[in-house]
Design a protein around this ligand. Sequence first.
Ligand code: FAD
Length: 314
Amino acid sequence: MKIAVIGGGITGLTTALALLEAGCAVTIFSRDPFEKTTSYAAGAISYPYAIEDSIRMQEWYRKNDEVVYSLLDDPAAGIIWAYWKKCTLDPNFEIPEMYMKLREARVIGESECPLDYKKGVEAKLLLMHVGRYYPFLKARLDRAGGMFILRDIKNFGELEKDYDLIVNATGVYAHNFVHDEAVYPMRGQVVIIKNPGINFHFATFEGKNYFYPRIDEILIGGSAEVGEWDLTPNDALTQEILGWAAKLDPLLKNPEIINVRVGLRPMRPQVRLERDENSCAVPVIHNYGQGGAGYTVAWGCAFAARDLALGQAA
Ligand SMILES: Cc1cc2nc3c(=O)[nH]c(=O)nc-3n(C[C@H](O)[C@H](O)[C@H](O)COP(=O)(O)OP(=O)(O)OC[C@H]3O[C@@H](n4cnc5c(N)ncnc54)[C@H](O)[C@@H]3O)c2cc1C
């Protein structure tokens, strides 16, 4: 089967790999180089944030965890353990039950929280170092004979003559590409700095702030701006993010900035993962809308998309 995948972010890439490894001939079409996608800006910690809460999502998460865990021993894959604390300023906050299902989860009190945070949860999470993980998967695509072409696709009709099936993995851009008004952006801005030797991972229940060392660099977030499409970094926000981080550790007072990244989380009340026989002359598999959890569910969604493409029960 000859398949075109529209979208070269983490969703398109993992779906392409699942299809290639099932024996299909696959070409990815991406309008943007990886450095301009949402997937490039991600913290890529394995945790289901800002995505539908459902049984199928838990299954995608479990399957993704299995794949990512199996790559831990390969240094080229860029997978590390994050010893993660998520804390709150509200001493009366009830830690949601779902956190207690994470690896080695335990509730922590004020003495174990940084800054003025009052309580939280500590757990051990998988973290994908995007700068290594994506190239690692891309090399696997190249080795298996998959093609990656930088091209803006205007509609499915451009591809229907040359392919037996099309996958739509356009992320938030499905809003325009297939006129899906249910998908909208939640803008996230992060600052990447050189790691001066810190190894604790921290996020807050209050929302936007998080701090993820990953091998040689640290990703510091961030923002969660609903409905905002602007990809230009906001300098005032960069300073705010760095100011917050500087309070966490004196080593972060004069950071060496590597870059500032902005991505648009593809928010949707439900992920769109379905087979569509009506949009053009060949079947289309839609796979987008993973919100703030694209790296957390990528392989689970990719396997489900593959099964839909091959006509197996997903
Ligand atoms: C700041 C931030 C932090 C995050 N942290 C995490 C985290 O810790 N854990 C986690 O799991 N997730 C996280 N996410 C979410 C995750 O990054 C997204 O869910 C994921 O990257 C979405 O991937 P995607 O491949 O669907 O979309 P994208 O990465 O946006 O890729 C879309 C692709 O479609 C292509 N495209 C679009 N339209 C066309 C067209 N017409 N023709 C050709 N190509 C087209 C684009 O060029 C691009 O290649 C974070 C996101 C942000 C912004």
